[in-house]
Design a protein. Structure first.
Length: 473
């Protein structure tokens, strides 16, 4: 039973519940108090506890049984011990709660019979069940039934992230303001809602621009293909990281949820026919989502780049060639304009080393503008060192590059990317410029260029492929 079968009300309440009941509510452990604080900080309406041994927890009023609740809440968060979970879920369903987030059952495949019982109970009641063995759901602009920490810097935005791993979901949330998030949903055993269900929901969600996936297995390939095709048809890229390509990874996934990860080649074929793009590792996944957050889909991968170092320009060109986005030689007219961008003269090539000690902002501005006017590029890249440990001179050079890129990007309507040679936090003033001017801010040359390759290579699935994928479901 998934979102399509349970009705869209269940899915909407998952991300916008007005009232929540926490079964097993307690202030006796850090996990329980963290979950309660998350809901108290984010839920727009009342939060109740269901616990026969407490009358309150962190100020949340508790009742002995679900039937004693003063209302039928939109959503239930299950934090009861595994041995009490069947009864708690039955009580919630009997009351008419239609959306349940179940975070228990963390003992691996030995508990699969109980998972099946929970799935059957939710299906009979027509309820939407998330989990078990998950961390829950975070919605920056709404209620968050989540048992992990939520940083105060978490930013709302257009990227939805769905993970079968709770820890990977926590890692995305732990990025703080790095990516603007529509929601992060972790699914665990997928006894109810699965990855295909949430992809189908986000395809129709006006607040979602793109979807990131961390996938161990695909339980319903036809439904997944159809949901991904719906996203492609809506102009929303899906960026997927599929694990289980090695024997050790497959064994780890089997021990984790009892899931057969399936052949990597099979998933790649499914992705190809339904418009998903695949990334190789977590770093590439994050950079691709950061790019889609700030800019969205790219027209292509033709890069015009300006650096402030000849050595880093050469490094950038080498890495770009290896990852499949090589720099093409510039024509004579553009070369002449680039050479004249600085009073002392420049090399006139792409990537361009535009370092100069004077006239810094005008030099960067002239170089980026020449590239933008040429029509030869799909995006402009300013490649530099983004680290909070830079000195005053280097910080100013980097901020001036960001300013020039932002001005030219806005004037000419061409996407702008700041690409760091360092995989570390940027300096605050550069982050502020990038956020103000809509520049993507990517970290690490290799991961950033690979993200540009996959995002720039994405196109909505062609009509025949979309129709085929949809018909299979």
């Amino acid at each position: 039973m998934g979102i399509e079968d349970s009705g869209r009300i269940g899915a909407q309440r998952l991300f916008a519940a007005r009232s929540v009941a926490v079964f097993g509510a307690s202030d006796g452990s850090l996990l329980h108090t963290t979950a309660l604080r998350n809901l108290l900080a984010t839920a727009p309406g009342p939060v109740y506890g269901v616990n026969p041994r407490r009358t309150q927890a962190l100020g949340v009023p508790c009742v002995p049984r679900a039937a004693d609740l003063p209302i039928v809440p939109d959503l239930a968060l299950m934090l009861v011990p595994d041995h009490a979970l069947d009864g708690a879920v039955a009580d919630a369903l009997a009351l008419g709660i239609g959306t349940l987030v179940v975070c228990g059952l963390d003992d691996g495949p030995r508990q699969l019979p109980q998972v099946r019982r929970l799935a059957d109970a939710a299906a009979r009641a027509g309820a939407l069940l998330v989990g078990p063995n998950c961390v829950g759901v975070v919605t920056p602009s709404g209620p968050s039934p989540w048992i992990g920490s939520i940083p105060a810097t978490l930013a709302a935005g257009p990227i939805a992230f769905v993970s079968q791993s709770g820890a990977v979901g926590e890692a995305i949330v732990g990025l703080g303001p790095r990516i603007g998030l529509r929601a992060v949903a972790t699914l665990g055993y997928e006894a109810g809602a699965d990855v295909a269900d949430l992809c189908a929901y986000f395809a129709d969600d006006p607040m979602t621009r793109a979807v990131g996936l961390f996938v161990e297995t695909v339980r319903r390939p036809d439904a997944m293909a159809a949901a991904a095709a719906r996203l492609a048809r809506a102009g929303k890229p899906v960026v997927a990281l599929k694990v289980g390509r090695s024997a050790a990874a497959a064994a780890a996934s089997q021990a984790h949820t009892g899931a057969d990860v399936g052949a990597a080649e099979t998933f790649a074929a499914l992705a190809g026919e339904s418009g998903m793009v695949l990334v190789d590792d977590y770093a590439e996944l994050v950079e691709a989502l950061a790019l889609l957050d700030r800019i969205g889909p790219l027209a292509g991968t033709r890069i015009g780049a300006v650096t402030n170092s000849g050595g880093e320009a050469a490094l950038l060109a080498d890495v770009a060639d290896r990852v499949g986005v090589p720099f093409a030689p510039v024509g004579p007219a553009l070369a002449a304009e680039l050479e004249a961008a600085a009073p002392t003269g420049l090399s006139g090539c792409n990537p361009l080393d535009a370092w100069c000690s004077e006239d810094v902002l005008p030099t960067f501005r002239r170089a980026f503008a020449a590239m933008a006017r040429s029509g030869a590029f799909d995006l402009l890249v300013g490649q530099t060192d983004l680290t909070p440990h830079l000195g005053e001179l280097e910080r100013r050079q980097t901020a001036l590059m960001a300013q020039a890129l932002g001005e030219v990007s806005a004037e000419h309507g061409i996407p702008g990317v700041l690409l760091s040679a360092q995989a570390s936090e940027p300096i605050a003033e550069v982050e502020a410029i990038a956020r103000r001017d809509g520049l993507a801010l990517l970290r690490d040359v290799r991961a950033g260029l690979r993200a540009i390759r996959v995002v720039g290579g994405w196109r909505p699935a062609d009509a025949e492929a979309v129709a085929y994928a949809t018909d299979r479901a």
